[in-house]
Design a protein around this ligand. Structure first.
Ligand code: NAP
Length: 457
């Protein structure tokens, strides 16, 4: 696939980026592997952590410029791009401050002797990343692995080459040595060849279920560890005792943020029958007030989808849903505009035999289901191939906690949308993938947890 910047607001080609050759791939592998075998990777963590501090400072300093690059390249509202860059700086700083503790030796009481687990880097990693958070996705892999000493080779999504290149430059500017982080504009075939290479010890992929299945199979064939952060069909549960005004306000944000292109966006709204009419009416009113426009215009509240293909896929999915019995309560079609706009949309009456019931809609389309009690909520929430995040709105926290425990996902938030922070683990179950990023758990995914025992005998 060609690496191109196409402005999603105008669909104008801005710049094309030349692909890297197989020789470039070999050179990248050599440099990364050489770094892995150096004292920089295997020695004291204190020589690596200042790079993350510097990177955080650079991100903060260049926030506006970086935000504009992302907004122009994939259509994110400028305010949300700024927030993404800020979050990246927080993640870099978090690992700079905490990685040493996370990777410190851990003692084990044992009858066999004095025992402890040390944490060592395992080697070069291949990262495959999506466009929807074009910096944050990179940082989730870079920060913990730079701290741990694993060099990374990255294939970013082909529609965000400017973000990919910019991020690589920042990492170098922060002081990372050659080979610590290499961005390559490569094909799926070249990714596969990298995964095959003996110098590579692990793969981290964030993206669709389809790409995850392909890449995980390639890794499994060579017995290499993979972490997968894939799609979601998250529920947004509104109980009869919730603060309805807050639920509506957060629900709109949870569905429309990043033009609905968030893995943990609220996709299935499960509403208690006692508040369903009121919720739907207020939710529609809020959708009516959405202002579509240029993502760089501060007054815009809904930007374009990231690409023409994304718009075509979403349009097809909504048409198919309606053909199979769904009712369009609000919106329902693409907007007549040169950019990739889809109306904020609410679908109701989706039955289990409708393909929409199990599909992830990556755009501003909310599915609304009405239920009568908590058992029905759990049944519907768990009747999904995915298991990423979820949100529950209730003023009865104990009731919400009980429900949270019963929902089969990697994350549940009560009275908030599914969020993310450097210090909290991120990841899912079922076809949403496996492994965790961020927090203390994320940094342990690609380290050798090596046991050493000094025998008592
Ligand atoms: P995608 O098509 O799977 O693309 C993601 C990345 O995988 C891109 O770099 C893509 O490259 C690459 N890719 C695709 N097929 C590949 C293959 N066979 N071998 C190697 N690389 C391959 O995903 P998307 O549709 O752009 O992104 C949206 C999906 O990502 C949604 O399902 C969303 O829920 C999920 N997501 C999950 C998380 C999470 O943390 N769980 C976060 C964000 C997004 P090209 O661009 O060149 O095709």
């Amino acid at each position: 696939m060609a690496y191109q910047t196409i402005n999603p607001f105008t669909n104008q080609l801005v710049k094309e980026y030349p692909a890297h050759s197989n020789a470039d791939v070999q050179a990248a592998l050599e440099k990364a592997d050489a770094l892995y075998h150096s004292d920089w990777a295997k020695g004291d963590i204190d020589q690596r952590l200042p790079i993350l501090h510097k990177l955080a400072d650079l991100l903060d300093k260049q926030n506006e410029e970086l935000a504009k690059i992302a907004s122009r390249e994939m259509g994110k509202l400028i305010e949300q791009s700024r927030a993404e860059v800020t979050l990246c700086a927080q993640i870099a700083r978090y690992y700079a401050d905490h990685a040493k503790d996370f990777l410190a030796p851990v003692k084990y009481d044992s009858s066999l002797g004095e025992a402890w687990v040390e944490h060592h880097p395992i080697g070069v990693l291949m990262a495959v990343e999506p466009w929807n958070f074009p910096y944050y996705q990179l940082m989730r892999v870079l920060a913990p692995n730079l701290a741990a000493g694993n060099p990374i080779i990255v294939k970013h999504a082909s529609i965000v080459p400017h973000c990919a290149e910019t991020f690589e430059h920042l990492v170098r500017e922060a002081g990372a040595p050659e080979g610590a982080y290499t961005n390559l504009f490569i094909s799926s075939g070249q990714v596969s060849a990298i995964i095959d290479d003996d110098r590579v010890q692990g793969v981290a992929l964030t993206g669709s279920e389809k790409a995850g299945a392909v890449v995980a199979a390639q890794a499994a064939k060579k017995l290499k560890k993979a972490t997968l952060e894939l799609g979601g069909n998250d529920v947004f549960v509104v109980l009869d005792d919730s603060d309805l005004q807050k639920a509506v306000q957060v629900g709109v944000q949870a569905r429309l943020q990043n033009a609905g292109q968030v893995c943990t966006a609220a996709k299935r709204f499960i509403i208690h029958e006692k508040v369903a009419d009121a919720f739907l009416s207020q939710f529609s009113d809020a959708f009516r007030q959405v202002k579509l426009g240029d993502p760089l215009d501060e007054s815009t509240t809904l930007g374009p989808l990231s690409s023409k293909e994304a718009l075509e896929t979403l349009t097809r999915q909504v048409e198919e849903a309606v053909k199979n019995g769904a009712k369009v309560h609000f919106g329902g079609k693409p907007v007549d505009h040169k950019g990739n706009f889809f109306e904020p949309t609410i679908l109701t009456h989706i039955t289990r035999d409708n393909p929409a019931y199990f599909e992830e809609f990556f755009g501003p389309v909310a599915q609304v289901y009405v239920v009568k009690d908590d058992d029905e909520i759990v049944k519907l929430a768990n009747d999904s191939h995915y298991g990423l995040g979820g949100a529950i709105f209730s003023q009865n926290i104990e009731r919400a906690k009980r429900l949270a425990s019963r929902i089969e996902t990697g994350m549940v938030y009560i009275n908030s949308l599914t969020d993310t922070a450097a210090e909290l683990p991120f990841g899912g179950v079922k076809r949403s993938g496996f492994g965790r990023e961020l927090s203390d758990l994320g940094i342990k995914e690609f380290v050798n947890q090596k046991l050493v025992v000094v025998s008592h005998q």
